[in-house]
Design a protein around this ligand. Sequence first.
Ligand SMILES: [Zn+2]
Ligand SMILES: [Zn+2]
Length: 307
Amino acid sequence: MLEVIFLGTGGIMPNKERNVPSIALRYEGEIILWDVGEGTLRQLNTAKLSPMRIEKIFITHFHGDHYLGLMSLIQTMTLWNREKPLHIYGPKYTFEFIQNYLKSGFFAPSFEIHVHELGEARLKFGDYEIWSFKVEHGIPALGYVFKEKDKRGNFNLEKIRELGLKPGPWMKELELKGKIEINGRTIYLEDVTGERRRGVKVVYTGDTEPCKRIELFSERADLLIYEATYLTGEERGESYHSTVSEACEVAKKAKVKLLALFHRAPRYKYDEYLQKAEQLCNHKFIVPKDFDRISFKGESYELSSIR
Ligand SMILES: [Zn+2]
Ligand SMILES: [Zn+2]
């Protein structure tokens, strides 16, 4: 099961209501972080998520609100004698920035840090993949996709009977091999199982102005976390950010199940932003607060808060 936990939902700088970007993905005991803004360690503690369980951190770009929480996280892991390596992924220059960043202060990590610079990549990890795609933010910047592997359907007794077979130990063998011979006939796993279940797909844009690639990578996503820093184009001005209407348009075109409007500028109060977003967007959306959680169960999801 995948849980998406919003640790920080505001853009640019923290305010009383919300912290800067960080999203935790909890999947099969592992925690993956998408961005690690200043104060992420405190948010993790409040959410009762152990930093020791984090194996991979994906940074969208090197603006302070997206990575300045990394140092306190690494120092705390060291304080707790972490030995397990940590993998940090990010766009071009990640290696240089992390190297310089770690040179400050009287401290050395107690564990290995592996830095991976990505362009557009497809990384495979067990039951899921992470894809990176380039976005438009005036500097090297990436968006990320979490894609769970599609799961095969359950054994279907009717199909088994139609083939003149009876349930038995052969099913285990078939599950392992994908196909087996029974009485001189080849039986494929698909012959006796139900429809495949699509794995969960979650997309995070990071900071960006609208670009075609977001729509391509978000196709039929269960959740699209889109930066909608501003309510209107006038308020955005010349900055490389997006508006609520632009995020909404992409969610509709890409047939996304649920849109999360993220990275809201500090000037907006929650209720004011939500009200205006309701007028501007006619697709299914939420405006997540810090510590809101989305739990995916098969084809459906559940919203809750862990504050
Ligand atoms: Zn930002
Ligand atoms: Zn930025």
